[in-house]
Design a protein around this ligand. Structure first.
Ligand SMILES: Cc1ncc(COP(=O)(O)O)c(C=O)c1O
Ligand SMILES: N[C@@H](CCOP(=O)(O)O)C(=O)O
Length: 498
């Protein structure tokens, strides 16, 4: 979406003259752990940090690396250029049994106690254990509804136990809030407490990351910088960072091009990178998985289906489930399904090749515009998550995802096209019998349908080229008189009765 007003032209022409050098500092904390409530138990951490960055591969590798970084370091890549991950001190966490953690997390749901009323910060000890509560920037995100999709499941799929995790019913309308509260809180700590010369936080975005970033930054009075692919995001998404006062660049490229640019810019300027390449984000996002278990009273669903684009979220779900298993809250993890749009399906193609060779693709236009990504930064994380959860990758054509969205809406939901992608995967796996009628299945809904109203308008007005829009339900134009209204009503009722 091009932004052409004089105000924005002025903003675009600004250059940032402040670029103090980046410094790396490592701090070590001793923490009283966990904080109240409930009554605290103290873990002696022997002066070690409870969480640190390690190269991603070392999580899976049998030979652990010595490379690690403090979470107060500004680092996004390992020495050899690979991904990082946040590694928690599992030995320290294991000093408490699964029952302890379940009770602790359950005791915090729905309370106003700062910051534990947040679905993310209610799991603070597993997320960012050493941040001071006063540094946290939170909108009490998380605790999203796990919707029983009774009618959709029973009528359309002969399923009894179908659920939709509504991560899009959130502060800025997507699951990105879960990760952004963590990332912006850490930046707040770095700037205000540790006096790091960070001039702000930046991201490339297909819409939702930028909305979350700009909102949390605005709440904490931190400048935010947003790189958006011009004309490729919805109007509702574009207006979010604009309204929240971000410095918004509409760039004549696609998301992958914006991602490349923000990586270059954040390595030159003291702007902190907010995309999920930064593993801090995934620490917040993984709490959605823990929340699902909690909402099922710590019973494990059989399947969880997640729409994938830059592919951080599928790994975040894996990590959340896996931590619960390792720390004794549950005894297994669900099978994960990652769902991609056919027009942006590099993971699907890789999966279909038997994980033989990964090739980025040039992502084509899709109604699921937030996952129009051809070169996902978290490809290695996604593959790891899928291989270790006996996972599956599915894809959805434009017609399939739009029909699935319309079908879900017709049963009372109001989902986004990305959820339509995940629902298509469900429909395919159910039809092929891979997902059984009684298997408990959770579809992750990633954004609010209202952000994508235009796609629904196009569908219901049958305005989409080469798409039959079979479930379109356009409004009827009627004259303003009783007879005309009665006629159309009677026709409608007759057609329903026959
Ligand atoms: C609405 C929505 N759904 C799904 C995704 C995919 O998440 P991920 O990039 O972590 O795979 C994104 C962002 O990419 C998104 O904004
Ligand atoms: N859908 C995303 C794309 C960027 O993903 P990220 O998780 O790496 O920030 C968006 O909303 O921008």
């Amino acid at each position: 979406m091009a932004v052409a007003s004089p105000l924005f032209n002025t903003l675009f022409s600004k250059t940032n003259t402040q670029s103090p050098p980046l410094r790396r500092t490592t701090i070590k904390c001793t923490t009283t752990y966990p904080p109240s409530p409930p009554p605290t138990t103290t873990i002696n951490t022997n002066g070690n940090t409870l969480a640190k960055y390690v190269p991603f591969i070392s999580i899976s590798s049998s030979s652990p690396t010595t490379e690690s970084y403090s979470l107060d370091d500004i680092v996004y890549r390992s020495r050899d250029g690979g991904l990082l991950d946040v590694q928690h001190d599992m030995a320290a966490l294991k000093k408490f049994d699964g029952q302890y953690w379940k009770s602790l997390f359950d005791s915090r749901v729905g309370k106003t106690t700062w910051p534990y009323g947040s679905g993310v910060w209610s799991k603070k000890e597993w997320v960012l254990p050493e941040i001071d509560d006063e540094d946290i920037v939170s909108a009490f995100e998380g605790n999203s509804n796990l919707f029983w999709a009774e009618r959709f499941g029973k009528v359309h799929l002969e399923m009894n136990d179908l659920w939709v995790k509504q991560c899009g019913i959130s502060h800025t309308g997507s699951f990105k809030d879960l990760g952004m509260t963590v990332l912006v809180s850490q930046v707040n700590r770095l700037r205000k407490k540790l006096k790091r010369p960070l001039v702000g936080v930046g991201c490339a975005s297909t819409g939702d990351t930028s909305a979350a970033l700009s909102s949390y930054c605005a709440a904490a009075d931190i400048p935010s910088f947003v790189f958006l692919p011009a004309n490729k995001i919805s109007m509702a998404q574009l207006v979010q960072p604009i309204a929240n006062g971000a410095f918004v660049l509409s760039i004549d490229t696609d998301f992958d091009g914006c991602m490349k640019l923000i990586r270059e810019v954040t390595s030159e300027l003291p702007i902190y990178l907010a995309n999920s390449l930064n593993s801090l984000r995934l620490e917040g996002q993984k709490t959605a998985a823990i929340e699902i278990l909690q909402q099922f009273n710590w019973e494990v669903p059989d399947w969880v289906i997640v729409p994938g684009g830059n592919l951080g979220n599928i790994y975040a779900f894996y990590k959340g489930f896996k931590m619960c298993q390792e720390l004794g809250l549950v005894d297994k993890i669900p099978r994960l399904v990652c769902a991609q749009a056919t027009n942006a399906n590099p993971l699907y193609l890789y999966y279909k090749s038997g994980w033989n060779e990964f090739q980025p693709v040039k992502a084509k236009t899709t109604f699921a515009s937030a996952i129009q990504i051809g070169d996902p930064v978290s490809i290695d994380r996604a593959v790891f998550a899928l291989k270790n959860s006996n996972g599956i990758v599915e894809e959805a054509t434009e017609e399939e995802l739009m029909d699935a969205m319309a079908l879900a809406d017709s049963t009372g939901m109001f989902v986004c096209p990305h959820t339509g992608v995940a629902l298509t995967a469900l429909i395919k796996l159910r039809k092929s019998g891979i997902i059984g009628p009684n298997e408990r299945t959770v579809v992750v809904s990633t954004a609010h349908g209202l952000k994508f109203a235009q796609s629904k308008i196009d569908y219901h007005s049958r305005k989409i080229q080469d798409m039959s829009c079979g479930l379109a339900n356009p409004p009827l134009q009627v004259k303003a008189n009783f007879g005309a209204v009665m006629d159309v009503l009677m026709n409608y009722l007759d057609s329903r009765a026959s």
